[in-house]
Design a protein around this ligand. Structure first.
Ligand SMILES: [Fe+2]
Ligand SMILES: [Fe+2]
Length: 501
């Protein structure tokens, strides 16, 4: 694979959702204006309370004038902030769904902040010994930053933390200690929610965030207001951290079902064979089910080798070929001992049937709400690669110009993430090695290297973040596990070599 071109994409981002830069800009501006208007309505409602001096000067007109001005200010802030990050930070996505999700969370946070501060101020027992300002240390930004990191990624969670801190600090009358605390506590929460495949990991992330929040709150309170409220600030900061895990766990399922995300916790739930799709795969297409389990094992090893997400790789691999359900006999892994139905079909018809499993898989993923990450991997697992098995059969048609080689390519898109690329490699490697009769570890290694080179030279990895070093590590990991798996597997017939993936 050495010396080949375009190993990794280190330059510009591909257009997202097919939108032009100008189209993305206007969409972002429209979304920002909409979000700004929503925030402005809140300020309209609480304008006099939040800006008493401005209200005094403008009197009754402030709410309206303030709301218009604030709409523009918030829209400008959001479009500049998200626009810049979307253009320049590789992993920050500009899809409308993500933007709406982040704005909804920021809005919810603003409400939560306002509710916490107002409700606590109503409790007379607290009011006597606790300065009102320290309630700001209960604003649950750490929980929300954790949710964003778990459902999207770390880069977006930092972005969200800064934007949400600025917007929700207004709920605490825009005080400096509140703003600094929000920035710090949100970052601390996001930093501790790295891999969260189990609920207790989320609770632990909150427990680990608590001391940081407590220290930050106490230090900020002391430096800005002296020793009076330090103890309460520390206690509220700690409570904020401790509650961040449970709050994040409560918010996540709602966000997943509303916006179509899939956390690692959701992925773990989907990995059980009790899921209707996996049950059907197991009973109706046992060959495909076995293939998917092996691909999952290979992909998980590949992910571990380069620090990608092993849970996502394993679970997405289980579902990557669900589009084959109902058409089991057309795929080589289900043809053990039976005739190859493609022998009696034209290459064009075979092509149409095989290519359809990607589209059908995406449709089923949507129907069963498998979430964005699995759906994207199903869509990308063949990229725009060639259907090599039917190409030879179609040669006469291609020579007579009745068909072209391009017709025997999957429609794509190519893998956009490291996990999708790993599954593509594991899928192709499993399909090829499966067709070998009792291969030695060296034969497995040679075949896997051949597959990795072929995928790479075909340009299938041009749109993902896999480096050459990653590619070698993934190939090595796949070949090691595959050698062990091939040692004790059931042989499949030669038919469909390298094409079933
Ligand atoms: Fe496939
Ligand atoms: Fe496959």
């Amino acid at each position: 694979m050495s010396g080949s071109r375009n190993a990794t994409r280190s330059g510009s981002r591909p257009p997202e959702n097919g939108a032009s830069p100008r189209g993305r800009y206007w969409r972002l501006l429209a979304l920002s204006l909409g979000s700004g208007a929503v925030f402005a309505v809140l300020f309209y409602l609480w304008g006099q309370e939040l800006f008493p001096r401005a209200a005094g000067r403008w009197g009754g007109t402030f709410p309206f004038v303030g709301a218009v001005a604030l709409t523009l200010a918030v829209a400008l802030f959001l479009s500049e902030w998200f626009g810049f990050a979307g253009r320049e930070v590789r992993k920050v996505r500009l899809a409308a769904r993500d933007f709406l999700f982040l704005c909804s969370l920021a809005l919810l946070l603003f409400f939560a902040a306002k509710a916490v501060i107002d409700l606590l101020a109503e409790i007379p027992a607290l009011g006597r010994g606790v300065p009102t300002r320290v309630y700001a240390y209960l604003i649950p930004l750490p929980a929300f930053a954790m949710v964003v990191r778990v459902l999207i990624n770390s880069e977006t969670s930092i972005l969200f933390t800064v934007a949400a801190s600025v917007l929700s600090a207004a709920a605490a009358a825009g005080s400096w200690p509140a703003l600094l605390f929000l920035l710090l506590s949100g970052t601390a929460g996001a930093a501790r929610a790295r891999r969260v495949p189990y609920r207790y990991r989320m609770l632990m992330a909150g427990v680990q965030t608590a001391p940081v929040c407590a220290l930050a709150a106490a230090a900020l309170e002391f430096s800005f207001h002296g020793g009076g409220g330090v103890l309460w600030a520390g206690v509220f900061g700690a409570v904020n951290g401790l509650l961040s895990g449970p709050i994040a766990l409560a918010v996540m399922p709602v966000a997943e079902s509303t916006f179509g995300y899939a956390s690692d916790i959701r992925l773990m739930e989907l990995s059980g064979t009790g899921h209707p799709l996996l049950s059907r795969l197991m009973t109706e297409t046992p060959g495909t089910f076995h293939h998917s389990v092996v691909v999952g094992t290979l992909a998980e090893a590949g992910a571990h080798a380069i620090g990608a997400n092993p849970v996502l790789c394993r679970v997405a691999a289980l579902y990557h070929d669900i589009g084959k359900l109902g058409k089991a006999q057309y795929y080589s892994e289900n043809q053990a001992g039976a005739a190859n139905v493609h022998d009696a079909m034209s290459p064009g018809l075979s092509r149409a049937v095989i290519l359809s499993h990607v589209k059908e898989g995406v449709r089923m993923a949507g129907e069963f709400r498998l979430g964005d990450r699995i759906t994207e991997i199903i869509e990308q697992h063949h990229g725009t690669s060639l259907l090599y098995c039917f190409l030879d059969k179609a040669r006469p048609m291609i020579q007579d110009r009745k068909a072209s080689e391009e017709m025997f390519r999957y429609p794509g898109p190519k893998p956009k993430s490291r996990e999708a690329a790993i599954i593509m490699l594991a899928d192709a490697a499993e399909a090829t090695v499966r067709s070998l009769s009792r291969p030695t570890p060296q034969e497995v290694d040679e075949n896997v290297t051949g597959i990795v080179n072929r995928v790479y030279l075909d340009g299938q990895l041009n749109e993902c973040d896999l480096t050459l070093r990653d590619l070698h590590a993934v190939g090595r990991a796949i070949s090691q596990v595959l050698a062990a798996v091939a040692h004790a597997r059931v042989d499949y017939p030669e038919s469909g070599k390298g094409a079933s993936g």
